[in-house]
Write a protein that binds this ligand. Structure first.
Ligand SMILES: [Zn+2]
Length: 448
């Protein structure tokens, strides 16, 4: 495809007729025309939205879907179950699982994903022959299905302030910032038109303040940097006890608050935290289906946006893979905590799903020249969507209303399948074999 014509499209929260895009050789938008007629050779589509930028994913958490509710408990209990999957992953099995999860994302309308990747080494911490065996596997998985990937190679050094890694965290650690920087740097050779190599600090729990500052200083300015911020009250308490600062305060002191930073789970914040994050122009990544599932709480999205932060959305644990359910969750959370409707405008919600997410991935996004030609064609005449105003379609559509997904100007998924005919459910069935054995969570109990 070198040109696309949409009968109508949603542009910055507004419906427009006759959107025509030209796509360059790198799969980026070269020109945008509105009110345009279709031309010969155009890929002709009906109702088109810009693609969804998934700003936070852990692909392997998909193995826990539908298997943890009966266990009850809290976030920390869930984490022991998650660690139980993490110790069973190998690069080959992870490649199959990531391929299946990325396929599910594509058919559901996520066109790009920031994979927050922290399983690096053998159980016990030994290195694979290729120290980036897992990272390379994720890149191959994304390339095979055609999703745009920002691989956030994650620095994970401690099991809590001043504590060594627990045995079940040994796979995550590189020992020092320098060792992590060198291993991450080696991944840069895998970058391409659709693959970006970003970086992450797991959390203030997992990287000490001096090491956060060292990363901020050493990492080139264009590299997107992510971090889990304040998902649980207990991590704020740990941070206050160890450093006398909230996690946001630690980041401010370390000099890491900047527009290239994306903070994930901006859930439990003080007014000072909100002002600091907004003032620095960070991206605040909300993962509403996960935050509800894990009982995390509801973060102050409206206040963060008002303070200057950019909002983005992520599927995180991938128990739900559906950009519009995240959109709904973001607005629903605001309504539940405020007693008001329409706390985020349709345009703001659309921005969070699209350009906000792409910004977190280190890319422009939306129907603008230079942004990736990533689109979804949506069925707006189905049982869920018929009768909806297009600007409000984000509050009614689901991933199953996606007719076609286009990445870099190329159709990658159609009618629930990858364009080569492969079925994400079949890929998932194959990939989950051996990864969903009954939990032996006692192994990891007490790891919090
Ligand atoms: Zn996460």
């Amino acid at each position: 495809v070198t040109s696309v014509h949409a009968r109508r499209a949603l542009l910055g929260g507004t419906e427009v007729d006759g959107l025509r895009l030209e796509v360059d050789g790198a799969g980026r938008i070269a020109s945008v025309a509105l009110g345009a007629a279709a031309r010969e050779g155009d890929l002709r589509l009906d109702t088109v939205l810009y693609g969804s930028g998934n700003a936070h994913s852990h692909a392997f958490h998909r193995a826990l879907r539908g298997r943890t509710h009966g266990q009850g408990g809290d976030f920390w209990r869930w984490r022991t179950l998650m660690y139980d999957v993490a110790v069973r992953l190998e690069p080959d099995s992870y490649e199959l699982l990531a391929e299946a999860v990325f396929a599910e994302m594509l058919v559901s309308g996520w066109t790009a994903v920031a994979e927050f990747h922290y399983v690096h080494h053998r159980v016990g911490g030994g290195r694979y022959q290729d120290p980036n065996a897992f990272g390379s596997a994720l890149v191959r998985a994304a390339t095979r299905v055609g999703i745009r990937l920002t691989l956030l190679d994650t620095c994970y050094l401690t099991g809590g302030p001043g504590r060594p890694l627990a045995p079940e965290q040994s796979r995550f650690g590189d020992g020092t910032v320098q060792a992590w920087l060198e291993r991450r740097q080696a991944l840069e050779t895998l970058a391409s038109d659709t693959i970006t190599v970003g970086a992450a600090l797991h959390s203030v729990r997992a990287v000490a303040p001096d090491d956060i500052a060292a990363v901020a200083a050493a990492l080139p300015g264009e590299v997107p940097l992510h971090l889990h911020l304040s998902e649980q009250p207990a991590e704020n308490e740990q941070s206050l006890a160890a450093y006398g600062r909230t996690p946001t305060g630690v980041l401010a002191d370390a000099g890491v608050l900047a527009p290239r930073l994306s903070v994930v789970h901006a859930t439990h914040l003080t007014d000072e935290d909100i002002a600091a994050l907004g003032g620095a122009g960070v991206t605040a990544v909300f993962c509403p289906t996960t935050e509800a599932d894990l009982g995390d709480g509801i973060g102050p999205a409206r206040e963060l946006a008002d303070a200057g932060a950019v909002l983005a959305l992520g599927s995180d644990q991938n128990a739900v893979v559906d950009p519009w359910l995240e959109v709904r969750g973001l607005e629903s959370g605001e309504r539940l905590r405020s007693g008001r409707r329409g706390r985020l405008t349709p345009g703001e919600l659309e921005q969070a799903r699209t350009a906000g997410g792409y910004r977190a991935l280190g890319s422009p996004g939306g129907f603008v020249v230079g942004a990736p030609a990533d689109l979804v064609e949506l069925d707006t005449a189905g049982v869920r969507t018929t009768g909806s105003l297009l600007p409000e379609i984000g509050l009614t559509a689901t991933g199953t209303d996606v007719l076609r997904t286009i990445v870099g100007g190329r159709i990658v998924a159609e009618a629930g399948r990858l364009v080569d005919g492969r079925d994400p459910a079949g890929l998932l069935r194959r990939a989950l074999t051996g990864l969903t054995a009954p939990p032996t969570a006692a192994l990891a109990e007490g790891a919090r």
